[in-house]
Design a protein around this ligand. Structure first.
Ligand code: ZN
Length: 207
């Protein structure tokens, strides 16, 4: 039995990492790691709370909240996936804080590059950061990075700033140069780290 238990714990540790470095983009995270029927993230969260799997709780809370309030409060779920009031309250509070962090920081990252001069690449709309071409491009990128998460959050996900247009990779924001995209990518990497560090606090797990 101890062998099975330690194997299970290893799987859990891999899918619900304790450290930021564990969040590799190539490996499956969260409930998709379980074989057979994929459990609802609320069900996993309930189970981890019951089993006192403290180290996996920040990630389990995140996996449940990133789908948004409707998923957290879904009344049509089986009992084991229905969140008791105290867990629901922590999850909702955390979601709102993460959402605020995601919106504010992504906005600053894209619209108000801190201390950076206008881009010097010819043809990049960022040469005139407050001009209409730049604002149109920035809005597209901003929406792409945060708004498709609707009422949830995807702040820990690595955003894709490029799309494939006729076999050529181009920025989601029309005309934006690779230098600007690089700056956004590294800025967002910092944001992911910051959000990760905030998880225990926003979900009330620090006490
Ligand atoms: Zn540029």
């Amino acid at each position: 039995m101890p062998a099975i238990r330690s194997q299970i714990l290893e799987v859990v540790r891999d899918a619900y990492p304790e450290t930021f470095e564990g969040l590799g983009s190539s490996k499956p995270l969260g409930e998709s790691v379980f074989s057979g029927r994929t459990p609802h993230p609320n069900e996993v969260l309930n189970l981890f709370v019951q089993q006192k799997l403290t180290s996996a709780l920040p990630m389990a809370y995140y996996m449940a909240t990133r789908r948004g309030l409707n998923s957290l409060m879904d009344r049509h779920l089986p009992r084991n996936a229905t969140l008791p009031p105290d867990i629901l309250q922590s999850a909702m509070g955390g979601l709102l804080q993460l959402r605020e962090l995601e919106l504010n920081e992504t906005h600053d990252l894209i619209f108000e590059p801190n201390g950076s001069r206008p881009c010097s690449t010819s043809n990049c709309p960022s040469r005139a950061p407050t001009g209409p071409a730049a604002l149109t491009a920035y809005h597209k990128v901003f929406d792409h990075v945060v708004c498709s998460s609707q009422l949830g959050t995807k702040v820990l996900q690595v955003p894709e700033f490029y799309e494939d247009r006729d076999g050529e990779l181009q920025c989601i924001g029309p005309g934006i140069c690779s230098g600007c995209v690089n700056r956004w990518e590294s800025g967002h990497a910092e944001l992911r780290k910051k959000a990760w560090g905030a998880l225990p606090g926003v979900f009330g797990l620090n006490s």
